[in-house]
Design a protein around this ligand. Structure first.
Ligand SMILES: [Cu+2]
Length: 476
């Protein structure tokens, strides 16, 4: 399982703990016949444009029935009839036109989570698309924005219900020249649902005990789906390296991901690649965050291993689920019987990310997350909570004063985390979502370099967001 020295050097990591981990968690040999190998990754939206640098797609949100559990049909809301919705693929600099139709029985919007685009295209609660209506979302993808993003509804008060019924899809923005070598890619959308035995998605009465717990904890499901499947199988060859883009599209569940006997090479976050790869044993992915990982096939031919969600205590003690400390299998990584292939070299430098300079900040703000409120107030679309000057660089201190985690999301702008609980961030990266653990503080820096207008910032536990844990930033 040891890597050739050349690979270890290019990764520039401390190796001793990696090998210690390998010896503690030896690879399980395949104990039976290989499971069904499922091709993983949602379909890609077909580009109807023949123009250069243009991606033109059609997207419809509608109620439908899909098979999520074997032998059962589930009533869902779906984009183009699929859960997750089809993937929007485009390149930096492309003009993107989405012909959207709302065939739902209620208003919706499509929010392009993480993209730096005009406020009028953001799909915020200010711009609902009524049932039966159409709307064209048009925007141009920024240079340097290559990365993994997602799209989902963002109507006032009913976002959690619409995402929870199946409305979410991934956006992959590709660069002109990718610094990583070509390799097999897997797009993994993780979303849990509370399913009944007959295959329905269960929604408790908001006034019931469970409804109250859901409002407090955020809704968690008893079934965790990866790309709409339960524990799908991904094929890998011994020695092969794969690039995994992972999205947490769950309402509230946070995943601490690990692959026994393997380490991950963490190469990117919400806003694209890091400057350098970082080797890690596990990854925490909060709601709405994305990670890009390289998974190196260090296992033996014919073996298999589970990608697991390890226990993570995001909860307030009174409503913490009894089974919170259960480790759950998310998918199976199945090695083929082929002889090992030679590992690909991973570059030690991926791109340059200019650091935003705290000395240039013209405003320092404190955003306090209480239970269900931000700075002591619930969301009011008629109120502006933060006014910022176009072109300003600002430092925001996100302070969580309660006993459960709240993931913070800012619309429209990528930021850089400066420090967490006073500990400087070890490396620079672009983020639009960051988990703020219970009683902790995260400081971030953001530049409002373009796009005046009204932008949301909120907790991305969907039940919290829908109950008012959101504010309005006006940039002008
Ligand atoms: Cu929250």
């Amino acid at each position: 399982m040891r890597l050739p020295p050349a690979i270890l050097i290019v990764l520039g990591v401390v190796l001793v703990p990696v090998f210690a981990q390998d010896h503690q968690h030896p690879m399980e040999p395949a104990s039976g016949p290989a499971g069904k190998i499922t091709p993983v990754g949602p379909a890609v939206l077909a580009n109807a444009s023949s123009q250069p640098r243009t991606v033109e797609v059609t997207l419809t949100a509608a109620p439908t029935q899909v098979s999520l559990l074997p032998g059962r049909m589930t009533a869902v809301y779906a984009y183009n009839g699929r859960v997750p919705g089809p993937t929007l693929e485009a390149r930096e600099g492309d003009r993107v036109v989405i012909h959207f139709k709302n065939d739902l029985p209620e208003p919706t919007t499509v929010h392009w989570h993480g993209l730096h685009i005009p406020a009028s295209s953001d799909g915020s609660p200010y711009d609902p698309i009524l049932p039966g209506r159409q709307h064209d979302y048009v925007f141009t993808l920024q240079r340097g924005s290559a990365g993994t993003y997602w799209y989902h509804p963002h109507p006032d008060h009913i976002t959690g219900g619409q995402i929870g019924r199946g409305l979410f899809g991934t956006i992959v923005v590709r660069p002109e020249q990718d610094p990583l070598p070509a390799m097999r890619e897997q797009l993994l959308v993780i979303a849990d649902k509370r399913m009944t035995a007959d295959g329905a998605i269960e929604w408790p009465d908001p006034k019931s005990l469970q409804g109250g717990i859901d409002e407090e904890n955020g809704r968690e499901g008893n079934v965790i789906f990866v790309n709409g499947e339960v524990t799908p199988t991904i094929a890998i060859r011994s020695g092969e390296t794969q690039r995994w883009r992972i999205l947490n599209a769950s309402a509230s569940r946070v995943y601490r991901l690990a692959l026994a006997g393997h380490t991950f090479v963490h190469v990117g976050s919400d806003g694209g690649l890091f400057e350098k790869p970082v080797e890690v044993k596990e990854i925490l992915i909060a709601n709405s965050e994305r990670v890009e990982l390289l998974v190196r096939g260090t296992g033996a031919p014919g073996s298999r291993v589970a990608l697991q969600a390890l226990p993570y205590d995001r909860y307030a003690p009174p409503t913490r689920p009894k089974d919170w400390d259960t480790t759950r299998d998310l998918l199976t990584l199945q090695y083929s019987n082929d002889a090992p292939t030679a590992p690909v070299a991973i570059p030690d430098r991926l791109r340059a990310i200019p650091s935003l300079d705290p000395a240039k900040a013209t405003a320092h703000r404190v955003i306090t997350f209480g239970q269900g409120m931000i700075n002591g107030r619930k969301m009011d679309m008629a109120r502006i909570d933060v006014r910022a000057r176009l072109g300003a660089t600002e430092i925001w201190t996100i302070e969580n004063v309660v006993a459960m985690d709240h993931p913070f999301h800012l619309h429209g702008f990528q930021f850089q985390v400066l420090d967490r609980n006073g500990v400087p961030e070890p490396f620079v990266s672009w983020k639009d979502s960051v988990n703020v653990p219970k009683h902790e503080t995260v400081r971030l820096i953001v530049k409002f370099d373009d796009y005046p207008g009204k932008w949301m910032f909120h907790c991305h536990i969907l039940d919290h967001e829908d109950h008012g844990m959101m504010g309005v930033l006006e940039v002008r």
